[in-house]
Write a protein that binds this ligand. Structure first.
Ligand SMILES: Cc1cc2nc3c(=O)[nH]c(=O)nc-3n(C[C@H](O)[C@H](O)[C@H](O)COP(=O)(O)OP(=O)(O)OC[C@H]3O[C@@H](n4cnc5c(N)ncnc54)[C@H](O)[C@@H]3O)c2cc1C
Length: 386
């Protein structure tokens, strides 16, 4: 989110109307197809365009680059509605562009922004952000992929892994080492998919099947110096900023998936009969559902509070700690609700095609990606001065 893209002024009616439109779209164009996309391991490319046409991909970004000014509350509505399809794979396909857009807006030149962002926000182009390496993702300051300067080009050597949209992105922002050891040597480069020396390998995963996740290989890959985002050594700080928005988004997504689990389990408990009565008439089942509702309600309230704080532009240390803790909490809410839902669904909960089964598999991507729990708790403790 950028200050220029902010417009925290929607009325309750505007938000409700947006929610209704998006819900209809998800019910018509996404939810009926997610099982099929999961099995074939791909969400069709045209879905990016359809979601882009609705303005969803550009929400909260500057109009000058094809975005649509909006509050984070409006983006939160979009996250919740797209998550109602109960498919983390689809979600990550559609929202990974946000971790590309943030460093591009923060550091990119006017030419770089005009060349990449309008197509990404319209869904015409796909974007990825490559930070994690096979040697580790948590310790970003020590990344090893190197870009050395040769005349008016950078030559990149190294590997990135677990990269969302990695196989089919058109544009990548890639964190590279252009300088010495540590955080100060990290820079961001724009890499287009057809650069010689840049290849990709698809990865198979526990969950998020319909999303494409890849290892990226850079073997003497050359990009012009004009592809550097900002100045050399500016990458680390921008990446840290990027993570704050990503944590809030992932928390919102996790809570929305927890709600999907609750809905599926509650519907099932009303329909399914054992010992002559619907499941929901057994006190222990009702209490499981109430436990889920309590966790969801508390997490949702915290998300709303953080969304409002972020909309005010709060970037305090204490707020960064709160975002770290929120993402941990939301991941656990999702995990616990998926677990309870699968249990209530019984054997059906173990079957493909049930949303809770998929969410049960998807949850680990939330708890590891975008900062694993241990790392986030450690960062929170530092920001809290512990
Ligand atoms: C499906 C998926 C999609 C992803 N998409 C992207 C993407 O688009 N772009 C991208 O750049 N990355 C992406 N990632 C990578 C993700 O951000 C990393 O997996 C994550 O940051 C952790 O890095 P790692 O896997 O190398 O684990 P490691 O850094 O090796 O850590 C392994 C475990 O050890 C713990 N640990 C590490 N250090 C410490 C410590 N000091 N104290 C205590 N515990 C510690 C961690 O919490 C973790 O549980 C994705 C990952 C997944 C699973």
């Amino acid at each position: 989110m950028t200050p220029e893209g902010h417009r925290p002024t929607e009325t309750a009616e505007e938000l409700a109307e947006f929610r209704t439109q998006l819900r209809r779209f998800v019910d018509r164009e996404i939810a009926p197809f997610v099982d099929e996309w999961e099995e074939v391991g791909e969400m069709p490319r045209e879905i990016y365009r359809k979601v882009g046409e609705m303005g969803v991909l550009g929400l909260g970004y500057p109009e000058a680059y094809g975005g649509m000014p909006a509050s984070l509350t409006m983006r939160s509505v979009a996250i919740q509605e797209l998550a109602r399809a109960g498919c983390g794979g689809v979600f990550v396909c559609l929202f990974t562009h946000s971790i590309f857009a943030q460093p591009m807006l923060a550091l990119g030149s006017e030419e770089q922004k005009q060349r990449t962002l309008p197509g990404v926000f319209s869904g015409e182009h796909i974007a990825a952000c490559a930070i994690t390496e096979p040697s580790g993702g948590s310790d970003v300051a020590n990344l090893r992929t190197r870009a050395r300067r040769e005349g008016d080009e950078f030559v990149i050597d190294g590997e990135k892994t677990f990269i969302s949209n990695g196989m089919r992105a058109d544009f990548y922002v890639v964190a590279v080492r252009t300088g010495g050891e540590g955080a100060g040597g990290v820079s961001m480069l724009l890499v287009e998919r057809d650069r010689p020396g840049f290849t990709r390998t698809r990865l198979r995963k526990m969950g998020w099947w319909s999303s494409d996740t890849a290892t990226l290989h850079f073997d003497g890959c050359r990009v012009p110096v004009a592809n550097l985002l900002g100045r050399e050594g500016a990458g680390f700080r921008t990446l840290m900023e990027n993570f704050n928005g990503e944590r809030l988004m992932m928390a919102d997504e996790a809570c929305a998936f927890a709600e999907v689990c609750y809905d599926e389990a509650a519907d099932w408990a009303r329909e399914r009969r054992t010992f002559g009565v619907p499941l929901v008439k057994h006190q222990v089942i009702r209490h499981k559902l109430v436990d889920m509702r309590m966790q969801i309600t508390a997490t949702r309230a915290w998300i709303d509070r953080c969304t409002a704080r972020m909309d005010t532009g709060d970037r305090s240390e204490e707020f960064v700690a709160e975002l770290c803790m929120l993402k941990v909490m939301a991941g656990r809410t999702m995990q616990s609700c998926a677990d309870q839902a699968v249990q209530i669904l019984g054997g059906m909960g173990f079957m493909r095609g049930m949303r809770s089964e998929r969410i049960y598999r998807d949850v680990k991507a939330i708890m590891i990606g975008g900062g694993a729990e241990d790392i986030l708790k450690e960062l929170a403790s530092k920001k809290l001065g512990l």
